[in-house]
Ligand binder design. Structure first.
Ligand SMILES: NC(=O)c1ccc[n+]([C@@H]2O[C@H](COP(=O)([O-])OP(=O)(O)OC[C@H]3O[C@@H](n4cnc5c(N)ncnc54)[C@H](O)[C@@H]3O)[C@@H](O)[C@H]2O)c1
Length: 286
């Protein structure tokens, strides 16, 4: 049990205290986002849900926007009074505005925005239809701008905060037949830089570029292959880490970026990918 007389000075994420005998070590979790309001698009599942849980664990309040009402309501029920869920199609600017206004009305002004809503789009320049192009661009790219437009004034008034856009390693490298997806993710880096430049230093903006992450999106992608487990093994094998990431690993990085610990980071694309793409292939010495 922790002593009520423990000093409460907070210097970092975790504060350690030793007993006189040198052990045991008590680790006191520090709530870096106490009463801060965080909007998460696509927050019902996958990385967005992990981000929502991470911020709540650290004292934050989540305004979760997602098209999947069942998953969103389940997440909100599990997080209790610290999470408000709004069923929103993030392609619609008015719907985003109304949801964020409602969240602001209950929790107060927004401190950070995490854009996680996204869909895959597998095609090439000749086969992509206009409808597919628009769907992927609107969900992966336009929604991030729309949500930023609704939250930047709050972040400015608060005196600082961060807009995080979850892009992908596909923003930096390409796989065949991923034209709509790769294009949308590369453009997110431009959006990130523009927000950082136009509204910095008060508003920071950082793009996160994950490699493969164990989420429903990955499950859906694997299900399209005749041998999903074989494909999964190939995915593991192409990174140095020889595994995929868990969504919580991405959420912890995003929390760091939004916190005071990440206050020197802005305008950048940050990779978290297990070393994907480091090996260029060709003739080596081993
Ligand atoms: N999983 C990966 O391997 C991976 C890797 C790199 C980047 N990403 C990106 O990370 C982000 C999160 O991906 P994830 O793997 O957690 O995916 P996910 O499918 O598990 O979660 C995405 C969420 O976005 C929501 N969403 C989709 N369309 C929407 C719409 N029109 N309106 C509102 N919400 C909508 C979904 O309902 C879902 O809850 C995405 O932008 C994705 O492109 C994923």
């Amino acid at each position: 049990m922790l002593s009520k007389r423990s000093p409460c000075q907070v210097a970092g994420h975790l504060r350690k205290r030793r007993t006189r005998g040198g052990a045991p070590v008590i680790v006191i979790p520090v709530k870096r986002f106490q009463d801060q309001v965080v909007v998460v698009t696509g927050g019902a599942k996958g990385m967005g849900a992990a981000v929502s849980r991470q911020f709540v664990e650290e004292g934050g309040r989540i305004v979760c926007l997602d098209i999947d009402a069942e998953a969103g309501e389940a997440l909100a029920a599990s997080l209790g009074a610290s999470c408000l869920f709004y069923a929103v199609d993030v392609r619609k600017g008015e719907a985003i505005r109304e949801a964020i206004q409602a969240g602001r009305g209950k929790f107060g002004p927004v401190n950070h925005l995490v854009n996680s809503a996204g869909v895959q789009g597998y095609s090439n320049a000749l086969d992509t239809t206009e409808a597919e192009w628009d769907r992927v661009m609107e969900i992966n790219l336009k929604s991030a701008w729309l949500a930023a437009r609704e939250t930047i004034p709050d972040i400015q008034s608060a005196g600082g905060g961060c807009v995080v856009n979850i892009a992908s390693v596909n923003a930096l490298h390409c796989q065949r037949n991923t034209l709509p997806y790769a294009t949308s993710k590369a453009a997110l880096l431009g959006l990130t830089r523009s927000i950082a430049l136009d509204y910095g230093p008060t508003v920071r903006s950082v793009a996160i570029c994950p490699g493969t992450v164990n989420t429903p999106m990955l499950e859906e992608a694997l299900a399209t292959f005749s041998e999903p487990e074989k494909m999964m093994q190939e995915i593991r094998d192409i990174s140095i880490a020889k595994r995929v990431a868990e969504p919580e690993e991405i959420a912890k990085l995003i929390a760091f970026v939004c916190s005071a610990d990440g206050s020197f980071m802005t305008g950048q694309a940050v990779r978290i990918d297990g070393g994907l793409g480091i090996e260029i292939g060709g003739v080596g010495n081993s």
